[in-house]
Structures are given as structure tokens and as C-alpha cells.
Design a protein around this ligand. Structure first.
Ligand code: ADP
Length: 602
């Protein structure tokens, strides 16, 4: 559209536009080719009536010819087909009425034909409403005229023209041609339109096919990405476990003070890297929709103490005051929920609070603000007096891999995944995080969570004085017979070195199958079982052992060694009949405690 058209344009091509609907193009063509046809027909009628001296009819025909010529020019200069159609139909209606009521004063076959022409033309050109209006405008007065004439009423006092046979033939002929022309034109346009629809449906189908392929490709690549991430993370975790394990071992070997410092740095960095890898793994798991929330019993007060335990030390190291306030009504309550995910949420928020605060305090509050019969609603709030967050960044910090600014990245490090994980974990449970922050003054992150309450109550625990971690000798582990199922040689070496400090010499099975075989022929007190092994994995091996006929063998304590940071593995471990688990890289004290506990129980 918007093409400039010269006043002297007589070409159809200049008034048709590519982006016009097909039917509109057909309408313009109909007017363009129809006008000359009508003009010629009117010319013939004019000559016929003029030579017979019927001047009223001659003037009417001449007037119509002029009208057609003007409308044709309008169409080729300013191609507004709707306006041109209206003008033509108005002129036609006026002429029809004047012929019936004034010039000829009768209704004959020509009148009927003209009415049909008007009906067809108005419907095709203007659609339902226009068609109906012009049809009624032409039929009602003519019908009225016929009724009046039939009842011999008085019509008009002027002598009418009498049309002779030749004029009738010319007019009928011209009108028939016009009727055929209009119909055939629209029929062609109609067919073309259907074809166009079919073509576009085909195009649509092709596009849909392409779209589906693109979606499939995107899904595949997302899947490949998450597979890649989890394989990579796993591959990184394995050597990292060795690094952390080795540094633990070296720390236990009474290093010199300068060595101790270096080892601390080594262990700290490796632990940091492990946290990053775990974050990536976790985020990946949440994003791929594989996360299932647990619903197990736990005590929130105990959980909060264990989450904040390490953080308190970190805060103290930075000279911050760390306050942990827990509503006393929660003390003896046993709740149902997912402690792992709660830990993840609180730990991330508390770590950030400590990380982004240089002076002042970090305040963790757990308040029970609704205590009903069988549920409690708990509000968690983590407040700090740190650097604060700009108002316009309050929503973006929850995006994955997003930090408040480049300065944050440079100064504090981090991946920008922590809050993304927290937000998704809350979103998945239909919960909302509130954040308020003032630059330079501090931030507060808070959310409320509802927990079903178990009918059982926790008994008050006697306060036990902190005890030194047990030594091998004090635990009496020196002569226990241990079987380790582990395929990774670095890990085996690490375990051997660690166990040698407790005077334990383990037997090694390089896969689950070998562990089952060794169990059949040998006698052991405890098994440490890796989960991912070739030939037979740890879960299957544990199930095989639990099926053994000898109750001493089938009842042997088994501790799973898991490299997976993901907690859904826990359930599988217990389902396979194992007694406990330690996550790699395990803390030596924790492992020792678990071995000691299980061996003594057995
Ligand atoms: P990371 O801690 O790895 O940078 P997060 O997703 O945990 O990633 O946090 C995203 C960003 O939000 C941080 O980089 C920091 O800019 C901002 N932020 C989060 N918690 C705090 C806080 N307590 N005080 C100030 N800024 C914070």
C-alpha cells in the first residue's frame, strides 16, 4: 500500500497490492473491468432510446454513463473500492427508483434484472450488511409500487416513456452479461481463495513440523547439557574428594605450623570448589524437574543448630556477632518436612549474610507464628548489617549465575547460583521469599513455611559435655576386620592411609560382585561400600549380602560411601538394607564415629 498513483493511470497493476487479501483484489478487478462493460451497455441503450425520441430515458442513460466514467477515474486514481461501490450502488438505486416511479412508471423484466444485479453486486462488494441495505432499498419501493399499481392507485401525473422492444433486448442482454461477469469473477476469486487457504495450511503444517523439530532439538540439547553437567560434576568430584581426603590425612599427621597453614588453604579451596560443583549439580537437578521433596520427621531446633554450627565459627572468624533465636515452642516438636532442602535454603542465606557483612551482626530468627492443632507455620528470617542490595537489583539476584555487580564478583567471588537455588526450592513448594535491603545498612531475607506436626514429642535431652573425638584405641577398633568395596584406586589408597591411623587394615574388593564373593568365604565385621562401581554396584551388592543364609553375614553392618551430593540417594541406600552412609569427601571423625557405633551395636 501507499504507492503513489498518477492521475492518468489506467493500469490495473497500479491499483492492486500484493499484501491485499485475495477477495479485495477480486473486487477491484470486478470494478475495473466491469465499468467499461457497463459504459458500453449504457452507450447502446442511450443510442437506442435517443433515436426513438425517449428523452427522459436518454438523459438517465447519459447521466449514468458520466457517473460510471467518474467512478472509473476515482478507482484508477484513488483505489478505494468500498467507496466506489457505495457511490455506484447509490446511483443505481436512484436511477432504478426514478425509472420505476417517474420515467417509465412500470415494473418490467428490466427492473427485476436490475434489482438482481444490485443484490448480487452489493453482497459481493460490501458483504452482509451492505448487501442487505441496498437489496431492501431497491426491492421495497418496487414492491410498494406494484401494490399501488395493482390497486389502481394514483402514482404520478407525468406521461411515462414507453420502452420499445429493441431497448428491452439491449438492456436485458447487457444485464445478463453483467450478471454472468460478476458471478464468474467471484467464482474464480472464491476458488483462488480456497487454494490460497490450502497452500497456507500446507505452509502452516510445514512450519509446525519445523517447530516441532526445533523443540525436539532444544529438548535434546537441554538433556545433553544436563547430562554433561552431571557427568562433569561427578568427574570433578572424584579427584576433588581425593584432594580433600589427602589434605585431611596430612592435617592428621601433625604437620609443621607453616605446612598446616598451607594445608588449611588447600582444604578450604578444595571445599569451596566442591561447594560450587554441588551447586551446579543441584541447580541442574532442580531445572530438569527431577527434584522430589522428602517428608520425614525432624526437629527444627536441632536442625537449625546443626546448620548454623559451622556458620557461627565462620562469623566469629570475621569478628561478627552471630545470633540464633529459635522460638521455644518448637523445642520438643517433631515436624514433617524435607530437612535437606531446608538446610540448603538456610545455609545459602546464612552464608551470604556472613559473606556480605564486614562489621556488625548476623541474626537468624525462627519464629512460630501460627501453632494449630496439627500444623505449625514457621517464619525464617536471616538479617545482616552488611553491604545491602540496590532496590532495582532485588529481583535480579534470584536469577541463575547473576550477582549484583561485577564488583561483587571480583570482591566476594561466588557463582551466583545460591539464591537461584533457594528461590526455585521455595517456588516448587509454592512459597515466597521477602527481601528488604538498604545499601550500606544491611539486608533481610525471610519466608514462611508450614509443617505438619507429629503427635510424638521429643524428650528433653540431657546436656552432654563435648567430648574429644574418639581415637582408634579408645574405640577398640584396632582389630576389626573391614571390607571396602571401591573401584577408584586413589580413593582406596586414601582410605588405607586413613584407616592405618586407626590401625585398621582393610580388605579391598574392586567391585560389588567381588565384595559379595569375599563375604561368602571370609569373615568381616563391617563393610564400607562405594555405590558406583563396575560389574555390580553397591546397592545390588548390599542386597545380595542381606540375602545370605548365615545371619552373621547377612546382618553385617554396611556403610555406603556416596559421591552424590543429591539426597534422594539416601532413600535408596536404606532400601538396599544398608545401615548408614557417609558422603565423600567424608570427615574422618564422622566416619570413625559411625564405624564405632555400628561395630559396637553389632
Ligand atoms: P553468590 O553468593 O554466589 O554471588 P547468590 O545467588 O547467593 O550468589 O547471590 C547473588 C547475589 O546477591 C550476590 O552476588 C550478592 O550480590 C547479592 N546478595 C545475596 N545475599 C546478600 C546479602 N545478604 N547482602 C548483600 N548482597 C547479597
Amino acid at each position: 500500500m501507499g504507492k503513489k498513483i498518477s492521475f492518468f493511470n489506467f493500469s490495473i497493476n497500479n491499483i492492486l497490492f500484493k499484501d491485499q487479501p485475495f477477495l479485495d483484489q477480486a473486487r477491484i478487478r470486478l470494478l475495473f473491468f466491469g465499468f467499461p462493460l457497463v459504459f458500453v451497455a449504457l452507450g447502446a441503450i442511450f443510442l437506442s432510446v435517443y433515436f426513438q425520441g425517449q428523452m427522459m430515458l436518454a438523459y438517465t442513460a447519459a447521466g449514468l454513463m458520466a457517473c460510471v466514467a467518474i467512478l472509473f477515474k476515482m478507482l484508477t486514481y484513488r483505489p478505494n473500492w468500498r467507496l466506489v461501490s457505495h457511490l455506484l450502488l447509490c446511483a443505481g438505486t436512484v436511477v432504478n427508483m426514478s425509472v420505476v416511479y417517474f420515467t417509465v412508471q412500470t415494473v418490467n423484466i428490466i427492473t427485476v434484472q436490475v434489482i438482481i444485479l444490485v443484490i448480487v453486486f452489493s453482497y459481493y462488494m460490501l458483504g452482509q450488511t451492505g448487501g442487505l441495505v441496498y437489496s431492501l432499498l431497491n426491492t421495497i419501493p418496487v414492491l410498494l409500487f406494484m401494490i399501488v399499481e395493482f390497486t389502481k392507485g394514483y402514482v404520478i401525473g407525468i406521461k411515462p416513456d414507453r420502452i420499445d422492444q429493441s431497448t428491452i433486448i439491449i438492456t436485458l442482454f447487457a444485464n445478463f452479461i453483467l450478471l454472468i461477469f460478476i458471478h464468474s469473477h467471484f467464482y474464480t476469486a472464491f476458488l483462488k481463495n480456497i487454494k490460497q487457504l490450502k497452500d497456507s495450511a500446507k505452509e502452516q503444517e510445514e512450519l509446525n513440523g519445523k517447530l516441532n523439530m526445533a523443540i525436539e532439538k532444544a529438548e535434546k540439547s537441554t538433556h545433553a547439557k544436563s547430562e554433561f553437567l552431571s557427568t562433569m560434576s561427578h568427574e570433578i568430584r572424584t579427584p576433588l574428594n581425593a584432594v580433600i581426603g589427602m589434605s585431611n590425612l596430612l592435617m592428621m599427621g601433625n604437620p609443621r605450623n607453616d605446612q598446616k597453614e598451607n594445608l588449611e588453604i588447600l582444604r578450604f579451596s578444595a571445599n569451596n570448589l566442591l561447594a560450587v560443583v554441588n551447586d551446579v549439580l543441584d541447580f541442574n537437578k532442580i531445572e530438569s524437574g527431577k527434584l522430589v521433596f522428602e517428608n520425614i520427621r525432624f526437629n527444627l531446633v536441632e536442625l537449625m543448630h546443626s546448620i548454623c554450627g559451622a556458620s557461627i565459627l565462620k562469623a566469629e572468624e570475621k569478628g561478627l556477632m552471630f545470633k540464633l533465636d529459635i522460638d521455644s515452642t518448637l523445642k520438643n516438636k517433631v515436624l514433617f518436612g524435607d530437612p535437606t532442602r531446608i538446610t540448603q535454603i538456610i545455609y545459602n542465606l546464612v552464608s551470604n549474610a556472613i559473606k556480605f557483612t564486614a562489621h556488625g551482626n548476623v541474626w537468624v530468627r525462627v519464629t512460630c507464628f501460627e501453632d494449630r492443632h496439627n500444623t505449625v507455620t514457621v517464619k525464617f528470617s536471616i538479617k545482616d548489617t552488611g553491604i545491602g542490595i540496590e532496590e532495582h537489583n532485588l529481583s535480579t539476584i534470584f536469577e541463575p549465575f547473576t550477582q549484583e555487580s561485577l564488583t561483587t564478583t571480583r570482591q566476594y567471588g561466588g557463582t551466583g547460583l545460591g539464591l537461584a537455588i533457594v528461590k526455585r526450592l521455595l517456588d516448587l513448594q509454592g512459597l515466597h521469599m521477602d527481601v528488604s535491603s538498604k545499601m550500606g545498612k544491611g539486608s533481610e531475607f525471610s519466608f514462611a513455611m508450614e509443617f505438619p506436626v507429629s503427635t510424638e514429642m521429643l524428650a528433653d535431652k540431657p546436656v552432654v559435655a563435648a567430648v574429644e573425638s574418639p581415637t582408634a584405641e579408645s574405640a577398640g577398633l584396632a582389630c576389626i576386620r573391614m571390607l571396602i568395596a571401591e573401584d577408584n584406586m586413589v580413593n582406596v589408597m586414601l582410605m588405607k592411609k586413613l584407616l592405618s591411623k586407626w590401625k585398621i587394615t582393610p580388605t579391598i574388593a574392586e567391585n560389588g560382585m567381588r565384595a559379595v564373593e569375599l563375604m561368602q568365604y571370609g569373615n568381616f565385621d563391617i563393610i564400607l561400600m562405594d555405590l558406583q562401581m563396575p560389574v555390580m554396584n553397591g546397592l545390588d551388592a548390599a542386597m545380595e549380602i542381606r540375602k545370605m543364609a548365615d545371619p552373621k553375614k547377612s546382618g553385617i553392618p554396611i556403610i555406603a560411601l556416596t559421591a552424590s551430593a543429591l539426597m534422594d540417594i539416601k532413600e535408596k541406600i536404606y532400601e538396599a538394607g544398608m545401615n548408614d552412609y557417609v558422603s565423600k569427601p567424608f570427615k574422618p571423625d564422622e566416619l570413625l564415629e559411625k564405624i564405632q557405633h555400628l561395630v559396637q551395636v553389632a
